[in-house]
Ligand binder design. Sequence first.
Ligand SMILES: [Zn+2]
Length: 233
Amino acid sequence: MKLRKLLLTNNACFEAGKTITPKGIMVHSTGANNPWLKRYVGPDDGLLGKNQYNNHWNQDKPGGRQVCVHAFIGKLADGSIATYQTLPWNHRGWHAGGTANDTHIGFETCEDGLTDASYFSAVYKEAVELCVYLCKLYGFSEKDIICHSEGYKLGIASNHADVMHWFPKHGKSMDTFRADVKKLLIIENKPAEPVKKKYYRVQIGAYSDKANAEAQLTKAKKAGFTDAFIKYD
Ligand SMILES: [Zn+2]
């Protein structure tokens, strides 16, 4: 994940300044064919590129709407994929059109024409990684992740189709998404394997006479091999 931060401080949602205790994550997609982050995130930080219409969401009410999310995933000016955090994670966002705003961190994935498999898989992977990051930050599991359309079915979000009008076009769903988050969480939560110490053992000789062996042992210990010992076979 390429995570950067540009808080939308001019957005009325930011200015409302309400905080929440995040209980889960809601995945959105923008519903418009425009994969460029600069469409939503601005002003240009040198990587986003310039939004020539100046209609990004770092303004009071973008397009006259009260909307704001915690992050966007899409393309930088150079065409690579990045995540931009646009609200503090515990800020109350305006993304769900329902009570999920009080409980869920919401992020948008920027849609393109919905048919480009390589763009989709890059955005999907970035979204999985963002969710894993947030799961670790807040102790969520993959079960705490829903998309907007699932939120609607649960009665906590407005009637939108995202992301289930897009993911299935590329053989994915929210179930595969959760499974992929779970897989990555297991990998990342695995404690690191203890490093096995390597020993280079030195044998200084074998003696048929016990006294000789003990004499050699004494010598070895005097020479600083304090761990030296006699082994009878
Ligand atoms: Zn949505």
